[in-house]
Structures are given as C-alpha cells and as structure tokens.
Design a protein around this ligand. Structure first.
Ligand SMILES: [Mn+2]
Length: 381
C-alpha cells in the first residue's frame, strides 16, 4: 500500500511538472507582430513567440508591407524588399517557376529573424541596421509576356522609388524571388534607372546571353525575349557593364564559337562549374571579385547552378553542378561588394522532392544575399 501511494505521488508530481512547463513556454523563435495571448492552464503565454509556424507565410517570417500600393501614405518604410515574380511563360524547357516565390517562402518557414545568428558569419542579418520586409508578389499576367514584364518593371520601380527606412540607403534594394530568368531583365531595367550600368555576377549552368535568333529561332521579337536571351537583351539595352561574369557554367551550346563570341561581346567572362575542382572555392571568389571590382553589382542566382542532387526543383536541370554548401560559401565570401540588387530564380517546386531540398537551398541563398546587402560598406548611395 505504502509503495503504491508513493508511486501515485510520483505520478502526480510528474503530471504537475509537465503542466508547469506548458504554462511557462519559453519565448524563443518567431517574431509576433500581432501577439496572440492564449491560456495553457492558469498562465497566459504569447503564441506568436512560441513558434515560427503560424500566420501567413512571408519570407523568413518577415513583416509584410504593401510596397506596391499606388499611394505613399500609410506604407511602412524599408531598406531591403523581398518581391515575388510568379512568371514562367518564357521558358525553353519545363515550366513551373511561377510557383517559385511561394516555394521559397515555404522553404524559409523555419527561419525566424530572432533566432538567426549564424555561426559561420558571426552575424544575424535580420537584426542588423536594415529593415527587411516582404512585399508579396507582383501581379503578372500569364497570357502576354510583354505585358507581364512591363508589370514587373512597374513593380520594381514602385518599390525602389520609396525612401529607405534608414539613413544608410537612400534607395531601397530589392531581392526578387523568381519566376523564370526572364524576370531579371525587369530588375536590371529598374537598377539602370536608379544607378546606371551595373556589373552582373550571374550564377547559372547556362549562359543566358543567347542571341534571340539562336534561342527563339527568329520567329518573332516576342519569341526572342525568353529566359535564355535576357542577358543579351540587357546588353543591347545598355543596362550592364562589360565587366560581368558567369559562375557555374556547364550546359551544352548551339554553336560553341558563335555562342562564346556573342557572350564575350555582351560583357561576360566565364567561370565553369568544374573550375571548382582546379582552383577551389577561394579561387572562384577571387575571380568574381576581381572582375567586378570598383563597380556596383547585381547578383542573379539561377538555382540550376546547383547540381540536381542539391536542387532538383528547376526547369532546365544540368548535372555536374555545385553543392549548396559550395554556393553558400562563395556567396558569403563576396562580402564587401556593393550589391544593389539580387534575385533567386528558376525554382520550380513541382520537381522538388519530399524533403524540399530545392526550396530550402533557395531560402538560404536569399539569406546570404541579404547578408551581402546588410554587411557591405555603403559608399555611393
Ligand atoms: Mn538562367
């Protein structure tokens, strides 16, 4: 009897211990803009502070701001804006990147700005000087690519025309979540209006400087504007400097001499995917930094720069690419460049796997890009 009583007492004490732990749920991950107080037992606790998995999905649980409002009144200021570009009707292989912005946000679901100190860089990019917000997606038609790009041009101009929140930036920076790679053309048109010509660091397995006559077949002007020609067009429009560079190239070409000659004419040098086997990550970083030195930089990351083993969820996958770790190290090592715009494109979640390998990688790439914007020495603007 005595033994049984002691056992019951022990059970009761365990029960009350569990209940007490539930009541005093520790305030960790997650930023709560609108704290919801609930009761577990007798004590109230803030649901928002107990989990990153609540509310509507923004990139990294950042606050949503209606940056695309036609009015200035009532729109919160920001320094770095995340903008989705759900567009995939200018691809040459598999479609699906219109769902990229939603996929990358889903891949970032676990990221909580308050719980993001990075042991590698020693920084929490979200809690530095910059106010970072998610502007949602630009409204883009899927029936007319010319109109869709004009809509995206307008979205970029609207977002970058508002005053920055801090005194560090007079012009807010935008990180675009693609969308197929054609969406970068709108971003470059917008950066040209604000900053003039920029050098592009283009992470991709493909050149994307193809002449529209080669990739598009010269069928029509409309057909020639696509995700494999946008850098050719950016060059023709005078948006980019001739000190640009590709990184991770390995895809097949139509006419090696012609394609490469045209690529050089568009202002690009090439770092191939296999260069990493010869000169390593540090050799690649050195090449990239040297090429764009002393100029403003736009960084475009086509997720197909990664090997399909690291990022299967993309439209035109090419084997023999870099790992996620290699790409993140290269990106983080570019600290010090003046990055005035960036994007992560060609994420097509339909081809991703159950472990969401691609969208998790894309979410981390976005975090590295934010790090370059937050950590860079601000000089001209
Ligand atoms: Mn591309």
């Amino acid at each position: 009897m005595m033994v049984l009583s002691l056992f019951l007492l022990l059970l009761l004490s365990l029960q009350s211990h569990v209940t007490a732990r539930e009541i005093t749920f520790p305030p960790v991950a997650g930023i709560s803009q609108h704290p919801v107080v609930a009761h577990a037992g007798d004590e109230p606790f803030d649901i928002g502070m107990s989990s990153a998995f609540y509310g509507l999905t923004t990139y990294a649980n950042l606050p949503y701001v209606h940056c695309l409002s036609p009015k200035d009144e009532g729109v919160e200021k920001y320094d770095i804006a995340i903008l989705g570009a759900p567009f995939d009707t200018a691809v040459t292989a598999r479609p699906g990147a219109r769902f990229g912005p939603g996929g990358i946000r889903r891949g970032s679901r676990r990221i909580s700005p308050e719980f993001s100190w990075d042991i590698i860089t020693g920084e929490n990019v979200f809690l530095d000087w910059a106010k970072i917000v998610d502007c949602g997606d630009a409204p883009l038609t899927w029936l007319d690519n010319t109109v869709a790009l004009k809509q995206l041009d307008t979205a970029h101009e609207t977002i970058s025309s508002r005053p920055g929140n801090s005194s560090e930036y007079s012009i807010p920076r935008i990180i675009t979540l693609g969308g197929d790679h054609t969406t970068t053309l709108s971003a470059l048109r917008s950066t040209y209006k604000k900053w003039g010509q920029v050098s592009v660091i283009h992470f991709d397995s493909h050149l994307d400087t193809w002449d529209p006559k080669v990739l598009g077949g010269g069928i029509s002007h409309y057909a020639g504007v696509n995700h494999g020609t946008f850098l050719h067009i950016a060059h023709e429009e005078g948006l980019i400097r001739n000190t640009s560079i590709h990184a991770g190239i390995r895809a097949p070409m139509a006419r090696p001499r012609g394609d490469l000659r045209n690529d050089a004419r568009c202002g690009f040098e090439i770092v191939t995917a296999r260069d990493i086997d010869h000169i390593g990550v540090s050799g690649i970083v050195e090449k990239l930094k040297k090429r764009v030195a002393n100029s403003l930089v736009y960084i475009s990351v086509d997720i197909d720069v990664l090997d399909p083993g690291s990022a299967p969820g993309t439209g035109t996958a090419e084997v023999g690419g870099w790992t996620t770790r290699e790409l993140l190290t290269i990106l983080d090592s570019l600290l010090g460049l003046e990055v005035i715009g960036a994007d992560v494109v060609e994420v097509a979640p339909i081809y991703d796997n159950a472990g969401e390998t691609t969208v998790l990688a894309a979410a981390e790439v976005v975090r590295s890009l934010i790090g370059l914007m937050v950590g860079q020495p601000v000089t001209s603007t």
